[in-house]
Structure formats: structure tokens, C-alpha cells
Design a protein around this ligand. Sequence first.
Ligand code: NAP
Length: 277
Amino acid sequence: MKKDTNNGKTQHAWKQKLAVVTGASSGIGAATARKLGAQGLSLMLVARRGELLAKLADEINRSGGDAEILCADVSREEERLRVFETITKQKRPVDILVNNAGIGWYGYYADMPWSMALEMIQVNTLAVAHLSSLILPQMRARNSGHIINVGSIAGGIPSQGVALYSATKSFLDAFTTALHRELRGSKVFASIIRPGPVSTGFFKSAKRRNGGRSIPAESLGISAQLVADRIWGLLKRPRRVVYVPWYLGVVPWVEAGFGWLMDLLGPRLLKRKPGSL
Ligand SMILES: NC(=O)c1ccc[n+]([C@@H]2O[C@H](COP(=O)([O-])OP(=O)(O)OC[C@H]3O[C@@H](n4cnc5c(N)ncnc54)[C@H](OP(=O)(O)O)[C@@H]3O)[C@@H](O)[C@H]2O)c1
């Protein structure tokens, strides 16, 4: 990335770039917003909890950044269209779209209420496909842009207790990989980041949705900051996929070679609730 050193000040060319970050009110999204804001990108922060977004935007703006907020529920089509129209009205092209908003739930799929399953499909997959469909044509027309989807290691190793969550993240794996291949040779990029467990409010929210049952991976979490650093790394050096931590890159190989072992051992990890399967 070029630097402008006029007047002795170092100003990155990122300064003119607009990044839309969904799910920016907490966890990985908030850490990503802080990281990109500190690197000079202009930000549009999207989520439902407006007070958290406002606090974060204020923090970023007070440190010399440029952040605006847009309260929206990305599970709803009309809200996604409103996000797109608001940005379009400002006549600012979206340079970077970080599809980060996502929800989890832990337990047997047979116990998962359909309303919860539908919401998960809408947030984790439909919102990503729709926002990308709205923004990608403009990126392609300008031959410039980057879509980063926040997947999960769960997409590469479908696991007991997170059946639908794993499936939504597998969707992102396939979707992003295919997009990356479609865009090859252009200056528009599609990348997926596959974190392992991250210490955010994600587990707390997932537990709240499934009656407080503890989740095995909960205690192993890395920091959201590390994921945000990798997202920044992807912008500087675009690649199809990044694992956080890096050694989780072995996981798809484990699934391909030792899926039979997961079939044997996996069910032992799912803490059984009296009365369930
Ligand atoms: N934590 C982990 O272990 C882990 C591991 C791998 C991947 N991930 C992925 O990382 C992403 C971020 O999760 P996180 O760990 O940072 O959890 P988090 O702190 O719970 O953040 C989730 C974000 O998604 C937003 N969101 C949820 N539903 C939304 C909706 N309908 N409309 C708009 N925004 C919505 C939330 O904002 P509002 O509630 O304000 O709307 C929040 O900002 C998710 O895609 C998750 O699947 C997490």
C-alpha cells in the first residue's frame, strides 16, 4: 500500500477506503473495527445494538478515525436493502465488506427450535449471500474491492452439538472459495477467515439461546484481537483462506483422513441433557 508523506505526515492510501463491518457491536467485529479504524480506513459499523455501536464509533473517532454507524438486523431482507441504500445514497463505494455477523447455538439439532434455526440460516448465510450480491457488482465494475467472510473451523469439521452452525459455516467455505475462483485475475478478492474458538460474547449468547448448557470449546478461546489482526493481514495480502491460529489449517485434513475417529469420539464430547437423545 502506497504512503503519502506530505507535510511530514505518514498517511496510508487506506484513508480513502470504506469498510463495512457487520456484527461490529461486539467481539471479532468490534476488534476488527478498531483495527481497521486505527489503520486509517473509513468505517460503516452495522449491528442491532445501537448504543454499543455508538460507543465504539465514538472511541474510534476520538482516536482520529472515521466511523459511522448503521443499526440494522441483517437477518431481515428489507434491513439489508436499507444498509445498501444508505451507503449508496452517500455515493461512497464500498471497498471492503467484512461479513462477520453470526450467531451460534449448542445442542442436539432435534432439540433446536425452528425459529432459532431459521434465524441462524438468515444471519450466518442469507445475509452474507445477499450483502455480497448487492455490493459485489459495484466492486467488479470498479475492478477493486475485497469481501472477507468470517467462517469458522466448524465449517471444516462438522461437529456434534453444532450441526446447523457447522453447515452455515461450510456454506461460507464453499461460497467464498467459488467466489475467489470466479474473481481470479481481477483486483476484487474474496477471502474466508476460519477461526477456532475465540473469547467473545459468542458463547454467552449461544448459551443464553439454549438454556445455559456449557459448550466444550468455550475455555480454549483465542483473542478477538488476533482474528482482527489476521483480517488486516488479509487486506494487505489477499488470500483465499486464513486459519486462526494458523495450525488449525490441519483440521480439514483431520476430517478427510480421520472422520471415522470423529464419528467414534465426537458424541462423547456432547454433554447429554436428561431426556435428550
Ligand atoms: N467466538 C468464537 O468462538 C467464534 C469462532 C469462529 C467463528 N466465529 C464467528 O465470528 C463471528 C463474530 O462472532 P463473535 O465471536 O464476535 O460473537 P459476538 O461477540 O456474539 O458477535 C456477534 C455479532 O453479530 C451481530 N449480530 C448477530 N445477529 C445479528 C443480526 N440479526 N443483525 C445484525 N447483527 C447481528 C451481533 O450484534 P448485535 O447483537 O448488536 O446485532 C454481534 O455484533 C460470527 O460469525 C461467528 O460465527 C466465532
